[in-house]
Design a binder for this molecule. Structure first.
Ligand SMILES: CC(C)=CCC/C(C)=C/CC/C(C)=C/CC/C(C)=C/CC/C(C)=C/CC/C(C)=C/CC/C(C)=C/COP(=O)(O)OP(=O)(O)O
Ligand SMILES: O=P(O)(O)OC[C@@H](O)CO
Ligand SMILES: [Mg+2]
Length: 230
């Protein structure tokens, strides 16, 4: 198993608020994806997170929790992803929740497991966009956010989040050109192998979420699609 995050090409994101059968979960975990992320925006409960964690743990695939609220955090994951929403209009989603959590938990945090994500939400229809009161950035804003993620904040990850819709490959390319050390994650609307390859051409890592629940066969094919590249 590959625990070196900066070599990851493909991730599946499971939503604790959605049902998945054991059969489909097994297929996801055995697909050859680099890791499984557990995360979502609404109705993320500790019970939902624990249920997925215990079921994913029947497999050897690395498993990360993307934290959306502290009530649903539990030990036992290989990695914790901490979003900081760079295009939120409220400091709360970029700084305050993280500040509060660090004040409370810093003594038990293992920074080998923690990865902070500069999170840029680019679909106005996404729940996370509304929840975190984002404003839609233009292309120059997005590339500047990416530049800041690397040069100002030294973040390990810049995440272009189009959750629910397929994004703009030319913007992903421009963002990638800003980054040397910070890894570029792309997620949103990937439903087939062509789209997986098109985004992976520029992003370091692609994330496939909703299509797990809408067309599992096509979702599974995205793994081989990116692993067969270069
Ligand atoms: C108790 C224990 C084991 C502690 C260990 C130590 C530890 C892990 C400490 C945590 C430290 C820390 C700094 C935590 C951060 C706390 C926090 C609450 C941060 C805020 C995160 C945030 C900005 C959330 C907002 C929502 C968001 C951006 C979620 C990201 C995921 C996302 C967008 C998923 C896609 O949503 P989805 O539901 O799929 O959307 P659709 O329905 O539209 O598809
Ligand atoms: O659900 P989709 O649209 O595939 O997006 C994946 C991921 O970026 C969601 O956080
Ligand atoms: Mg989703």
């Amino acid at each position: 198993m590959n625990y070196t995050l900066n070599t990851w090409k493909h991730l599946f994101k499971l939503d604790p608020a959605k049902e998945i059968s054991d059969e489909h979960l097994d297929m996801i975990c055995e697909s050859g994806t680099d890791a499984v992320i557990v995360g979502g925006t609404d109705n993320v409960t500790l019970d939902g997170v624990l249920d997925l964690l215990s079921r994913v743990r029947r497999h050897t695939v690395p498993c990360a929790l993307e934290i959306s609220n502290m009530d649903a955090v539990t030990p036992g994951f290989d990695f914790y992803f901490i979003p900081m929403v760079v295009n939120s209009t409220e400091k709360k989603w970029m700084m305050d929740l993280q500040h509060q959590a660090i004040k409370e938990y810093k003594d038990i945090m293992d920074w080998n497991e923690m990865f902070v994500e500069g999170y840029c939400i680019l679909n106005q229809e996404a729940k996370a966009f509304t929840k975190t009161n984002c404003e839609m950035p233009d292309e120059d804003d997005v590339t500047a956010y990416a530049y800041m993620a690397e040069r100002v904040f030294h973040l390990p990850i810049f995440y272009m989040e189009y959750s629910g819709t397929y994004g703009d490959p030319s913007l992903v390319k421009k963002v990638k050109e800003q980054l040397s050390n910070t890894k570029l994650f792309y997620g949103g609307g990937i439903e087939n192998s062509f789209q997986a390859r098109e985004m992976k051409e520029h992003a370091d890592t692609i994330i496939v979420g909703n299509s797990i629940y809408t067309d599992i066969k096509k979702a599974l094919k995205t793994v081989k699609a990116v692993n067969d590249m270069d």
